[in-house]
Design a protein around this ligand. Structure first.
Ligand SMILES: Cc1cc2nc3c(=O)[nH]c(=O)nc-3n(C[C@H](O)[C@H](O)[C@H](O)COP(=O)(O)OP(=O)(O)OC[C@H]3O[C@@H](n4cnc5c(N)ncnc54)[C@H](O)[C@@H]3O)c2cc1C
Length: 247
């Protein structure tokens, strides 16, 4: 099995440079640029939206992605328009969003949501080097399900040819976090109006083993993070840490 690349070069106290593109202006007190905050939000997600412009037309494509240090990866069919367009270093903005709660205030203006989000900017390039592509595809699986690739049937040449991988070094990034719940005006607390915060989580369902499993094939222990009833963001964070454990 190919060893996962260590996450060590993403220093805990490092930050992304702040410039005109990624400086949070609106409600800037909710902003963060440090690797720790940005990466934690990214690693708690499997899904991102990748935005790019082709001939003046904006596109925003949802896709699975994963992080390796300060680099992001996503993949798809070699025939995908998104991946063909992104092969040659086009500027992209990749976003991740976690909706953490609905906030029901005592007036419409103060209704809100708690959230964690990241916008990451860079230039996408197709991974053409065979070894880098192979390693990336291993981590596409192992980032979600640590060590799973080692036990799988190897990909065929045709499967590899049909798959394109795109990577982007994060040049700039911003995180924005709201976690304060209700924030009514002080005077509004005297009003006879119901208010509450409704936490929102995506939760894992009960795994459904394939009915055609060979006798004696059991669920691997490495799937431990994926337990019925568990929060998806927590499972994904745990799986990412297992996959990219420091060497
Ligand atoms: C789940 C969710 C729901 C939201 N709902 C609303 C809503 O209903 N109305 C509303 O006005 N806003 C909402 N926001 C906030 C919204 O994402 C923007 O932050 C806000 O609209 C200001 O946009 P702007 O382009 O004017 O920000 P600016 O501060 O001008 O943006 C400048 C830079 O700040 C950074 N930035 C801005 N927003 C974010 C972000 N969310 N995450 C990471 N980096 C960011 C980017 O790098 C951006 O280029 C929501 C956010 C989330 C995550």
């Amino acid at each position: 099995m190919t060893e996962p690349v260590s996450d060590a070069h993403a220093h805990a106290d490092a930050s992304y440079p702040i410039g005109p593109v990624n400086r949070v202006k609106r409600l800037h007190q909710r902003a963060a640029y440090d690797h720790a905050t940005v990466h934690a939000i990214l690693d708690a997600a499997a899904l991102a939206h990748v935005a790019y412009v082709v001939d003046g037309q904006p596109y925003c494509t949802p896709t699975l992605f994963w992080r390796e240090g300060t680099r992001l990866y996503w993949h798809g069919s070699s025939a995908s328009r998104m991946l063909r367009q992104q092969a040659e270093g086009v500027p992209v903005c990749l976003t991740v969003t976690h909706l953490d709660s609905f906030v029901l205030a005592r007036c419409g203006f103060n209704h809100s949501v708690d959230y964690r989000s990241v916008m990451a900017f860079g230039r996408a390039r197709r991974v053409d080097d065979a070894d880098e592509k192979q390693q990336a595809l291993v981590m596409m699986v192992d980032r979600l399900f640590p060590h799973r690739s080692a036990g799988l049937r190897p990909s065929t040449a045709l499967e590899l040819k049909a798959t394109a991988v795109v990577t982007m070094e994060i040049e700039q990034a911003s995180a924005k976090v709201r976690d304060k719940g209700l924030a009514d005006e002080e005077a509004d607390h005297a009003l006879p109006i119901y208010a509450e915060r409704i936490p929102v989580h995506t939760v894992l369902g009960t795994p459904e083993p394939c009915p055609r499993l060979q006798a004696g094939v059991r669920r691997p222990l490495e799937l431990g993070p994926y337990r019925s009833g568990r929060r998806l963001d927590e499972a994904l964070s745990e799986a990412h840490a297992m996959a990219y454990r420091q060497k």
